[in-house]
Unconditional design. Structure first.
Lengths: 157, 271
């Protein structure tokens, strides 16, 4: 017999990130807390980046997923503190990113290595930073010097 | 911002009597980031190369996110149905408390990155202190944003150096940008009443205390860029002020005209 909040965690495991659909919101580590009181489900989430436009959509997707499972009253509580970091991303999540073609975060938050990020295609570390800002706020753009493929790197944050 | 969320309030939701210093301070922080994001957003699709177009719009998005956090918080302090949208779309020019630097026209790419550098260096030092605010929400917003601002500061510093120390043309343009923007940097460090008040009660930061650190960061980057260190200008140039108190330059009305047009014309309209 699993309790109500455990069931909800299992449902949340099915909600994916709209920008990086291979990752679930649990892989990303943005769900802080789940609780149930008087038929109302409270889900506490935290944004990855302040201006992440996916947050509104993630909130909506959480709501939809829970409603599909019969939870009518859902409250999403956004919190900023403590600050989300890429350390909260699960190891499974990092492996999925790599397979998807995005180099997972490595090293210390805020650092952006000029080279040495492993190419998700050919696994060479002979790579070079092209731009600190990539296709979304959370990524930087690199190019592999061996297979020549450009690739996204999920920035340490 | 979600335009016209269900309880978007029309003008007059903001009653001056209920405003306190913390609200003014929070609105000041919100307005600075909103107006700079609106300015930088003009580069979307017009950046010099694709990667840099993406970089400046990424920075824009971070700034917009910061402004949303501040407006949402201000709305909860104000109450009475105020929302992030009502605060952004239905206040008048005189109610905006952003510094003048952020509202100035973009100019060329050099001027845009120099302005970003001045502002990011300021923001970095400000948020470093604000993350220890006694006000938990301001502290949380600052701590969150600080990581993003670290990227903005590094990116903009690199551009100032690249262009200042680039060709004769890029150097001359950066020098001109420096002369155009410098007179708007003094205002950053002249505290408004609400900044002094919030610094005194531990919720805010007196910008005067970060002035020296800002000047040394700016001098360091300008020196590497081979640009005249304006911080040592003799005699000092006249510094424009007034934005924090709501007295803006001519540029501000044009920004608000574009920013607020839709909600002013079709109040409460939704996507």
């Amino acid at each position: 017999m699993i309790d109500e909040s455990e069931k909800i965690w299992l449902i949340l495991q099915t909600v994916s990130d709209p920008e990086v659909p291979v990752l679930t919101i649990l892989d990303l580590g943005i769900v802080r807390d789940v609780s149930v009181s008087n038929d109302e489900v409270l889900v506490t989430i935290t944004p990855t980046y302040t201006g992440c436009p996916a947050m509104d959509m993630i909130s909506m997707n959480i709501r939809l997923a829970l409603m599909e499972h019969g939870y009518k009253k859902v409250k999403i509580i956004p919190v900023l503190s403590p600050v989300w970091t890429t350390d909260w991303m699960s190891e499974a999540g990092k492996a999925k990113l790599q397979q998807y073609g995005i180099a997972p975060p490595m090293g210390n938050a805020g650092s952006i290595p000029a080279d040495g990020i492993e190419c998700p295609q050919c696994h060479s570390t002979h790579t070079k930073l092209l731009s600190e800002f990539g296709s979304t706020a959370c990524k930087a753009l690199y190019q592999c010097q061996d297979c020549r493929e450009p690739f996204d790197y999920f920035k340490c944050h | 911002m979600i335009i016209g969320s269900a309880n978007t309030q029309l003008p007059n939701t903001i009653i001056p009597e209920i405003m306190n210093q913390l609200v003014f301070y929070t609105l000041h922080l919100a307005d600075c980031t909103l107006i700079l994001s609106q300015r930088n957003g003009e580069w979307c699709g017009h950046g010099p190369i694709l990667e840099q177009d993406i970089a400046i719009t990424n920075i824009t998005l971070d700034l917009l996110g910061q402004s949303r956090n501040f407006y949402q918080y201000a709305a909860t302090l104000i109450g009475g149905g105020a929302t992030e949208d009502s605060l952004a779309y239905f206040r008048t020019e005189r109610e905006f408390k952003n510094c003048l630097l952020v509202e100035l026209a973009n100019g060329d790419w050099g001027q845009t990155v120099l302005r970003q550098f001045f502002f990011s260096a300021y923001q970095f030092l400000l948020y470093e202190k604000l993350q220890h605010s006694k006000d938990e929400q301001l502290a949380a917003i600052a701590a969150k944003a600080l990581k993003e601002v670290t990227y903005h500061l590094r990116w903009s510093s690199e551009w100032v150096i690249r262009l200042g120390d680039g060709t004769a043309e890029s150097h001359a343009r950066m020098q001109a940008a420096l002369e155009a923007l410098w007179p708007y940097t003094g205002e950053l460090f002249l505290p408004a009443d609400y900044e002094q008040h919030c610094a005194a009660d531990g919720t805010g930061v007196d910008p005067a205390v970060i002035k020296t650190a800002w000047e040394s960061k700016v001098e360091e980057v300008l020196a590497e860029a081979g640009l005249a260190a304006a911080t040592k200008d003799v005699p000092p140039v006249y510094m424009h002020t007034g934005g924090k108190q709501g007295t803006h330059t001519e540029a501000m009305g044009y920004i608000l005209t574009e920013l607020q047009y839709l909600q002013r014309t079709y109040p409460g309209n939704e996507w």
